[in-house]
Design a protein around this ligand. Structure first.
Ligand code: ADP
Ligand code: MG
Length: 587
């Protein structure tokens, strides 16, 4: 960078459930970086030995038959202790001892960092890491933590659909064109609608299912085969089960090409799996996928005809019936131009390039995938930031005490779309103490802020203790701290819309102030030469402007002024005629 200190490159990382990849922008093109074996996709698998040895990726999977390997750790990121395979300390059991999901993910990231450093022949300290659009704040924060553990400064957490769209669309999207990004991976499914507006790339809605992915299809095939061979999959030893699932995956991949494939388990039988039967069994899962697609369109208030393209990414997009169903739901042939395994990493690299200044600036706007709010009286969800709000953003509300003499208020931070607090996810909670007051007298302000990485911070404040600070802009402006300046800037952004409205109103009003007396004078001078109908039109338009000024509505006034302006065109022409006529007659 310009100050002489080498800030180093920023890499883009797709930290996937099943596979991960690292990419950079090189001479304007995003490229994936390959490891020493030439592989640019690293299986998201980590193996721990008893002596503390660690293997990542393919090398880890090679040990899968010998001792357990941690896979799909992404699905455990940001989960509460005790959930899934996590123990009461939020750790996973490994032969080397307990490890948090962040620590496991950090091993994958460390490997990708090494791959990048080897390829680029220089140290890599910064990264953009992608997460599913559906990841909540805790999951995003955990991903950031994993990056830090791996020695990477995570300069941005980016939603995967946004990354895919970046990879697809920088040069292909015209003003106002919309695309759907359909990402069907190994563990998650995401669908998002994005729009180009004034050169700004915006996600207008996102829907998905964190429990739907290619793994489900592996299991489906393993179950089909097991039923055929009269084996109870559920009763198998974990390691045995893994090999059934692995064979299920192999067969699934082959079925994307062939109609019939043999499912083989060594020392047991084998059986034939047909694509037809597989497709029938997939229907329930495909229905879930379809309803996500419909929901995303509904949330963006569009129908398929509004879409320029449906960009398919993610490995499961290769399955023929998935493509057919997508074509059906969206009523068009999906766009398969993006490499299903590489698009996300490439998009992350493009974002990294934008942040590093090596790619031309395109403003990226992400949205909150779910509504955020707090629990209020009656156990209800009070939404502070609605789903699909563009981030970064902040929102606040004032709350009061429900009972006389109440000493504190519990703020439960919730995420979700349900009406009842209990049905939503609790992201955290804390007590806000305040001086005991009569019911309804205490005032507690709660503010939610989401930064550009989608990480939420919550602030609550008892206004009675006077901690609220009012900043004076003016001569005192030089004394304000950086954080207050920042606050001021973000507030101005927040009020941009109102400010703009006020400006439109003022401008229209100035014009009206000019126009109204001019019209009166013109009517006096030339009104008699106008048709009655024309005269009426002008008077109606004039009254419209007077009314609009009183209504104080910017858009209405602007419109009314335009109507008056065009209604008086003939009158104005007449005046000009008269003036020149007078000139001629006078000469
Ligand atoms: P993630 O982002 O979740 O890691 P990917 O986008 O890399 O996932 O996709 C991985 C999934 O794609 C796996 O479930 C894998 O089995 C599946 N997949 C890859 N190739 C094929 C194929 N040819 N046919 C069907 N599924 C495939
Ligand atoms: Mg993916």
């Amino acid at each position: 960078m310009s100050d002489g200190t080498d800030e180093g490159v920023i890499v883009g990382i797709d930290l996937g459930t099943t596979q991960s990849a690292v990419a950079v922008v090189d001479s304007g093109f995003p490229i994936l970086l390959a490891d020493e074996n030439g592989a640019s996709l690293t299986p998201s698998a980590v193996w721990y030995g008893k002596e503390g040895e660690i293997e990542v990726g393919k090398a880890a999977l090679r040990r899968a038959g010998v001792s357990p390997v941690v896979t799909s750790v992404k699905s455990l990121m940001g989960r509460a202790a005790g959930e899934g395979q996590l123990d009461e300390n939020g750790r996973l059991d490994t032969p080397a001892g307990p490890r948090t999901p962040e620590e496991v993910s950090a091993e994958i990231l460390r490997k990708l960092k090494t791959v990048a450093e080897t390829r680029l022949e220089k140290p890599v300290g910064k990264a953009v890491i992608t997460v599913p659009a559906y990841f909540h704040d805790g999951q995003r924060a955990a991903t950031k933590k994993a990056g830090e553990l791996a020695g990477l400064e995570v300069v941005r957490i980016l939603s995967e659909p946004t990354a895919a769209a970046l990879s697809y669309g920088l040069d292909r999207l015209d003003e106002n064109s919309r695309v759907a990004v359909f990402d069907f991976g190994g563990g998650t499914f995401d669908v998002s609608i994005l729009e180009m507006r004034e050169g700004v790339f915006e996600v207008t809605s996102t829907a998905g299912d964190t429990q739907l992915g290619g793994d489900d299809f592996d299991e489906l095939i393993a179950e089909m085969a097991a039923a055929e061979m009269k084996v109870a999959l559920a009763d198998l030893e974990p390691l045995e089960r893994v090999s059934w699932l692995r064979e299920g995956r192999r067969v699934k991949h082959a079925l994307s090409e062939d109609d019939e494939v043999i499912f083989r388990m060594p020392f047991i039988e084998e059986c034939q799996v047909s694509r037809k039967v597989f497709e029938v069994k997939m229907q329930t899962l495909l229905d879930r996928m379809e309803s996500c697609c419909r929901r995303a369109m509904l949330d963006s208030q569009i129908d398929p005809t509004d879409l320029k393209a449906v960009v398919m990414v993610g490995g499961s997009s290769r399955i023929p019936v998935v493509k057919r169903r997508v074509a059906e739901v969206f009523g068009m042939e999906p766009d398969l131009s993006q490499h299903p395994d590489e698009a996300i990493a490439r998009g992350a690299a493009i974002q990294a390039g934008i942040l590093a200044g090596t790619v031309r600036e395109v403003l990226l706007l992400d949205v909150t995938p779910l509504s955020l709010g707090i629990e209020t009286m009656g156990g209800l969800m009070n939404v502070l930031i609605a789903r699909n709000t563009t981030i970064p953003c902040k929102a606040g509300e004032m709350f009061t005490n429900a009972a006389d003499g109440q000493k504190s208020m519990k703020v439960r931070v919730l995420q979700g779309e349900r009406e009842l607090a209990a049905d939503n996810w609790e992201l955290g909670s804390f007590e806000v103490p305040f001086a005991p007051e009569r019911r309804g007298q205490a005032r507690v302000g709660v503010e939610f802020r989401i930064d550009a990485d989608g990480i939420l911070s919550v602030l609550a404040r008892d206004t009675a203790t006077g901690k609220d600070t009012v900043i004076e802009v003016g001569s005192a402006a030089v004394d304000v701290t950086e954080s207050k300046v920042e606050q001021m800037v973000s507030e101005s952004v927040e009020h941009a819309f109102e400010d703009m409205n006020a400006r439109v109103f003022e401008e229209a009003r100035l014009k009206a102030d000019e126009l109204l007396p001019a019209v009166e004078v013109a009517l006096e001078q030339a009104g008699e030469f106008l048709e009655q109908e024309e005269l009426e039109k002008i008077k109606i338009a004039r009254d419209g402007v007077v009314e609009a000024i009183q209504s104080e509505k910017a858009a209405e006034l602007k419109g009314a002024v335009e109507v008056l302006d065009s209604a008086t065109e003939t009158l104005a022409a007449l005046l000009v005629e008269r003036a020149t006529g007078a000139l001629f007659s006078g000469s």
